[in-house]
Design a protein around this ligand. Sequence first.
Ligand code: ADP
Length: 621
Amino acid sequence: MNEEEFYFQTEAAELLKMMINSVYSNKDIFLRELISNASDALDKRRIETLKNSELAENTNAVIKIELNPDNKTLSVSDNGIGMTRDELINYLGTIAKSGTKEFLKAAKDSNTQQELIGQFGVGFYSVFMVADKVEVVTRKLGTSETYKFTSNGTGKYTIEDFDQRSECGTTVTLYIRENTDDPDKSAKNYLDEWTIRGIIEKYSDFISWPILFKDKTINSQKAIWQRPDNEITEDEYKEFYKHLTHDWQEPLMHIKINAEGSTNFKGLLFVPSQAPFDLFMNPESGGVSLYINRVFIMNDFKDLIPGYLRFIRGVIDSEDLPLNISREILQDEPIIRVKRRSTQRKIYNELKKLLENDREKFIKFWLAFGKILKEGIVQDHEHAKNILDIALFRTTNSDEWTTLAEYEARMKPEQKGIYCLAGRDTLSALKASPKLEPFTEKGYEVLLMTDPVDEVILNDSRFIFPAEAKQLLNIASDDVSAETDDEKKSNEDKIKAIESDFEPLKKKALEVLGEKLENVKPSVSLTSSPACLRGGMSLQMESILRSIGQAPQAQKRVLELNVSHPIIKKLIELAKNDNEKVPDMLKTLYDQAIILEGAAPDDPADFIKRIDDLMALALGD
Ligand code: ADP
């Protein structure tokens, strides 16, 4: 029989072990996974047949479920595309999913395992929650060889030649686990006809291929997006979502699309409740499938959904595209642009409604996907305003999230725009920034923006908003200040008055730190911090650019020294006499400002030595 033994890829073996020991309460879903795979295989066969005229049409496409209580087996068969020997090894012996390693690391703790399994979606491997042994007999479309994969899930599997399949497709046979000391692990009920029937009806009714059980088709095969909204239960939406996405968790919300007019199409889109493991790592993974007149055409219909909505999952069913359309043609199809625009509009509207009607749920959405959605503000100026309308921000005012409109309602009349601070990845780091001082001193609220994209948004703000609208003002930039015109004038006078006193310190600072600085200025608006760096892109952005292989120009910044701070006052005096302590003190002030910006001093050893010297001095050494 030419049997060969293989070891599962390490991650796959770990996942299997997790399945065998699983206490996942909803074991039923293994059948949903198998039926989904069978349905996908039939879709793939149909598409392959369309592309290749030598292949005969599958006139009797079917998913067959068979129960054999005597042998204690349950099997799911399809006459879909099937798998080659290599595909068996690649698809069932390994896990190609990105994020697997992260998942396994996170799932080490058994308390969180159950929840994480649902989030990750283990597909085929879920069979080992209910079976001691699994056999997969498969024959690939257009080939004559049949193979059998056998495994009991414990590290190894075998593949052998087999000769009992007259047609292409796959049969998965489960040997249901029955005799076990632990009743939680027994899966005996999956040998019961009514249990199986109930599961299929619950999870797979909308599958578009017939599911045959006990010689009868038991699914209605109705496309759920074609049915009137009031006929569909929440449960049906949820199950459809799970079938579509292989996500075991429930979606956060669904969005129904019913467009009529210049282009006709229906759609059913979902927002997942959590970001999948690979969403941030894989900006290309899109999740909307295209159907044409109820016939599946392709997954990942990217032309419809821009990258910054890549977390959306679902189906779009077009009534006005030809069935044999290719990906290339789709890109230039004007109808697609219309569909794209109206789909996007609908998504924004629904999200806006959610924000208005269920803030708590919207915050959940924002925490999961806000970061991605915000990419759209810089990528898609046409829709930037829509996204900013629903965007949530943290603020210096409270721990609650705020929208821009809510902020505007609280703005002081003299404020020139919406004050924002970006450039650090945590709230606490942003809150420690000396740049906030002049603003909080005067009771102004500042938005605290922790995502890398925020800084880009701030730079683009003037392109996004019409001139008369309230602008996002980056308080880190040189030309944004908390001063009124009168205050500005009086502060300028104050600065003028100390300019000549300040000059020796400024000269010294430029001498010591000159290559890093564009200028050194006295500040009368800082309150508690002695020094602050201003201008240029944030150090966070600089390091992001470096990490993606871009070398930003050296950023020269302005060092502001708070002339009412005791340290600076003293230094001003010492600098007049060219005191030898001044250079080290200036270096340390600069390093401190750099640390507050989120970077490390250029020369940490030298920094530490300077601090050590100061400590020794303070301790009276
Ligand atoms: P997923 O379906 O999420 O990709 P699975 O673990 O369920 O993950 O399946 C892995 C792969 O094995 C599938 O992507 C598919 O290529 C292949 N496969 C599984 N079941 C079948 C089947 N019945 N017919 C053909 N290929 C299958």
